[in-house]
Design a protein around this ligand. Structure first.
Ligand code: CU
Length: 490
């Protein structure tokens, strides 16, 4: 039995008095703090500083405990051609030369002196509407600026949060669709809690005269934009801005904070990181914090802050979980995490076997090869490599990985693969028909299932040429005729 100590009336009185006093004391402290200013508009500013602006995926230094300041922001508008995807370019209109535009980091109570300059080589007038501004047009009415001119206006940051800014010059949709958006962060008093890694990501949808992947300089398509029929949905302005060598990185045990915005102009984003759970989500970029979230919705013209600790190594894929956008339109990024495995959290494959119910076999996906017109144009190796890489990133990448390294004990490597290099016809046959059963690649046994791939013979030739001419393979140039022959040979 636990012996309970009873409080005597005298000590009870003492306890109550102490409690009352502490409540009073706390109230006093609170009052003094509040008395500093009645609302954020009264926060005094001390001195001037020039704002650090960064291009994505980087963010400026956290504000920490610094006092509110007069913050000088100099933003330059540049209209410039850039890469949308390999072989495809686009005329981007940008704030600061990047899509999304430069990241602006402020704290509540800052007095921002904003200068917007329109480069003399630009063709059009522009302006800026910052959602962090309280005032007509969010600054748009005061910042309309012709090429070769600049405009200055001031605003006070009254509300903490993560805000979108964008051009609001008519036709507004077109200016946004061409990349004119970015994020401005207003940190609360004392700053956001420190984390190990911070990154800047923004989704946008693009509308081009040609289809997704059509080569050359692609013009903006107004009708597709009105119909909300996007050709590209991407992070940070283009396909692959956050994949491969451009991936964002972290080490096991670190906390990662992502400032994620959605420029639109049309689509909302179902933002998700495959293999991670957001420990915290600053809902809609505001002050409510939700916890343990899988996917968070980011409206067009909205933003969110997500935070999570990375516990195990690997490549974590960032997607818009409207998933065709991720795998077919470009809304895919990567977070590469280095460090020690933790088998308590994730085991990896512990057993692998073949499961074939009666009547089962290799799953057949529609090929569509019969419907496609025969392409008789002979492509150069460079052209095949380019097309092959795109097919690879859409079709093969999930299992065989970006550098052809495969996934240990699940999917064999294609890089420096003895199995691949030994017999090209066998390899073509596998892509055409699928493969099941044990094979040995570079001395390791694999016993997985590869389905027949839903791509044309021409595409098979391109993607295999790409594979054979990458990652230390034997540089075989696979032709469509060769693929046709293997297909008809059985
Ligand atoms: Cu504009």
């Amino acid at each position: 039995m636990v012996k309970q100590k009873s409080l005597k009336p005298k000590s009870l009185r003492l306890v109550i008095t102490t409690m009352l006093l502490s409540v009073l004391f706390l109230a006093c402290v609170d009052n003094t703090k509040k008395a500093e200013y009645e609302s954020t508009v009264d926060i005094p500013v001390s001195r001037e500083m020039i704002a650090e602006l960064t291009s994505p995926p980087n963010v400026p230094t956290p504000v920490g405990r610094r006092k509110a300041k007069k913050l000088i922001v100099n933003m330059e508008i540049l209209e410039q051609e850039g890469t949308m995807t390999d072989g495809t370019t686009y005329n981007y209109w940008t704030f600061g030369g990047s899509v999304p535009g430069s990241f602006i980091r402020t704290r509540v109570g800052d007095e921002v002196e904003f200068t917007l300059s329109n480069h003399p080589d630009n063709k059009l007038p522009h302006n800026i509407d910052l959602h962090a501004v309280t005032g007509p047009g969010g600054g748009a009415t005061s910042s309309f600026v012709a090429p070769g001119h600049e405009k200055k206006f001031n605003f006070k940051t009254l509300n903490a949060g993560l805000y979108v800014y964008h051009c609001a010059t008519a036709p507004v949709g077109m200016h946004i669709a061409n990349g004119m958006y970015g994020l401005i962060l207003v940190e609360p008093e004392g700053g956001l809690p420190p984390v190990d890694k911070e990154y800047y990501i923004m989704q946008g949808d693009f509308y081009t005269k040609g289809k997704n992947g059509d080569p050359g300089l692609q013009a903006f398509d107004m009708q597709k934009a009105v119909d909300e029929d996007a050709d590209y949905v991407v992070f940070n302005g283009r396909v692959g801005a956050l994949t491969g060598d451009n991936a964002i990185t972290a080490n096991v045990g670190e906390t990662v904070r992502l400032y994620v915005g959605n420029g639109g102009p049309n689509l909302v984003s179902s933002f998700h990181v495959i293999g991670e759970i957001f420990d915290k989500v600053h809902v809609e970029g505001g002050s409510i914090i939700n916890k343990d979230v899988q996917t968070t919705l980011i409206p067009a013209g909205g933003a969110t802050i997500v935070e999570f600790r990375v516990d195990v190594p690997g490549t974590f894929i960032l997607v818009d979980h409207s998933i065709f956008r991720a795998f077919n339109k470009g809304a895919l990024g990567m977070l590469k995490v280095n460090g020690e495995e933790d088998k308590r959290i994730y085991s990896g494959v512990v057993q692998e076997g073949i499961y074939q119910p009666e009547g089962g076999g290799i799953q057949i996906m529609p090929n569509g090869d019969d419907k496609k017109p025969t392409v008789n144009v002979s492509k150069t190796l460079a052209e095949k490599m380019e097309s092959g890489k795109q097919i690879y990133m859409q079709t093969c990448f999930a299992c065989h990985q970006a550098e052809g390294q495969g996934i240990p004990s699940a999917f064999p490597p294609l890089a420096e693969s003895d199995y691949l290099n030994a017999d090209v016809n066998r390899a073509i046959g596998i892509v055409l028909r699928g493969k099941t059963g044990e094979i040995t690649v570079n001395g390791e046994k694999y016993n997985s299932v590869m389905t027949r791939q839903a791509i044309s013979n021409d595409e098979i030739a391109d993607v295999m040429t790409y594979i054979y001419n990458s990652w230390g393979n034997n540089k075989t140039n696979v032709t469509k005729a060769q693929v046709d022959q293997i297909k008809n040979g059985h």
